[in-house]
Design a protein around this ligand. Sequence first.
Ligand code: IMP
Ligand code: MG
Length: 179
Amino acid sequence: MDNLTPILSPEDIEGIVTRLADRISADYRGRSLVVIGILKGAFIFLSDLVRHLRIPVEIDFMGASSYADGSCSSGRVMLTKPPGIDIRGKDVLVVEDIIDTGQTLVSLGDCLKALGPRSVRTCAFIDKRERRETSVSIDYAGYPVESGFLVGYGLDYAEKYRQLPGIFEVKLTPNEDKP
Ligand code: IMP
Ligand code: MG
């Protein structure tokens, strides 16, 4: 059995999402935004975030994988599902559940920039800093943590726990591998 330690309650999450949405709404006032979530982890965060935004949005998702074939690959990450919306000339916000090494965000950012958007900014619910390998800039970061493997609020461990309304750290029993 995995051992789950609470990190953020649903109320904590609501506060963080509201603050992020307020900043984004202020920064893009008078404009509209294409919000693109990275599958699958960002689906819950994105759905909360967009309901707090006070600007017009278009919503889409893109898929990333570190191994499968994809239409655009950059670094170690491949694009498995490109955005379906034409983003040429538009302001784009990429939404991620968690940034760890930063490889996913850097690679997908490169793929998106090739599609000719007006601007690309990034928003991540969790900014996990210890293993960062890139100089990725997170324009809107929700909650900083140093380390640990987190689940809930869209984040999974082997596809489990995405549905939990809070964020937890997984502590594995000693005979299991680290995630
Ligand atoms: P990066 O490319 O190393 O920044 O990895 C980002 C991706 O790794 C995230 O979108 C998650 O899918 C996954 N990931 C990294 N850390 C965690 C974690 O603590 N819990 C769950 N997934 C994680
Ligand atoms: Mg992810």
